[in-house]
Design a protein around this ligand. Structure first.
Ligand code: HEC
Length: 255
């Protein structure tokens, strides 16, 4: 605190008379390369943190997480798939040298060697060199690992039928189905349920029939003439039964 001409008033011995910049002494090896943790360094950290936080917030709002319907342990038709960051491990288990009787190779040995090597890297690679070009083994193995992960993830992703997955996981409104109704019984007789499911919920062989946007006439036509992967001539009953059935399906979840 300076008051007056060249005079220093310091009543409290804990307050230094000279105001020094809030920078710690240089470490002798790194002159001029240090900075104060508080507030200089932390401020930088927080600014970067805020940028990422806001970025992630925008991303989650723009792309909500792709939630699927509630898991149903009795649904054996559901094909599970790991999240994208585990697809490479999942893909590994599809190769003949790492599956079936050799499952232990794909499940434990190969991943074990890769992650084990990563953990042991500080003990194996003990040189003082930090430039990647001067560490051919470490850099080479890392590039190899990255290439392998990319390749396996890509291989796995191309083998997935993403449209069918979206369909099987879709969140659908619960539709109450009257299993004693005439229409339901006709569907049972006409084998519709073997493909479309006992609750018309759909399955690996056919889509759900709840909440479809088709008129009874269109449904009757599909029942007789098929559509896409649905074969022709599934329905073999009378015209009256066909009418009851198509009205039953057309009215599902509409009352
Ligand atoms: C062999 C299995 C199988 C049987 C049996 C079957 N379906 Fe289908 N059904 C399918 C498949 C597969 C589709 C999807 C067709 C496509 O779009 O490629 C389908 C589609 C439909 C659709 C159109 C759904 C939509 O959203 O466009 C209706 C309606 C339908 N079926 C009604 C019936 C009725 C009624 C019966 C019984 C008479 C029946 N199905 C029996 C396999 C079957």
């Amino acid at each position: 605190m300076h008051r007056g001409k060249g005079m220093k008033f310091v009543g409290d011995s804990r307050v230094p008379a000279e105001r020094k910049p809030n920078i710690p002494k240089d470490y002798s090896e790194f002159p001029g390369k240090t900075e104060a943790f508080w507030p200089n360094f932390l401020l930088k950290e927080w600014m970067v943190g805020a940028v990422f936080l806001i970025g992630y917030l925008c991303l989650t709002i723009a792309h909500p997480s792709p939630l699927e319907r509630i898991a149903d342990p009795t649904d054996t038709g559901y094909l599970p798939l790991p999240d994208w960051y585990f697809l490479f491990l999942y893909q590994l288990l599809k190769y003949s040298f790492a599956s079936g009787p050799y499952n232990i190779i794909g499940a434990f040995i190969i991943p074990g060697i890769a992650f084990g090597a990563l953990m042991l890297a500080p003990f194996i690679d003990r040189g003082p060199e930090r430039r990647p070009a001067k560490r051919p083994f470490a850099t080479g193995f890392m590039l190899l690992a990255i290439a392998a992960v990319f390749f396996l993830t890509w291989q796995s992703a191309t083998q997935v039928d993403w449209k069918a997955r979206e369909e099987q996981g879709k969140i659908r409104e619960e539709v109450a189905i009257d299993k004693n109704s005439e229409g339901y019984k006709i569907m049972q007789e006409q084998t519709c349920l073997t493909c479309h499911g006992d609750n018309l919920q759909g399955g690996p062989a056919a889509p759900a029939l709840t909440g479809i946007d088709l008129s009874p006439e269109e449904i009757a036509n599909i029942a007789k003439n098929g559509k896409g992967n649905m074969p022709k001539g599934v329905f073999k009953g009378s015209d009256k039964e066909l009418k009851t059935l198509s009205e039953f399906v057309g009215n599902l979840g509409k009352e």
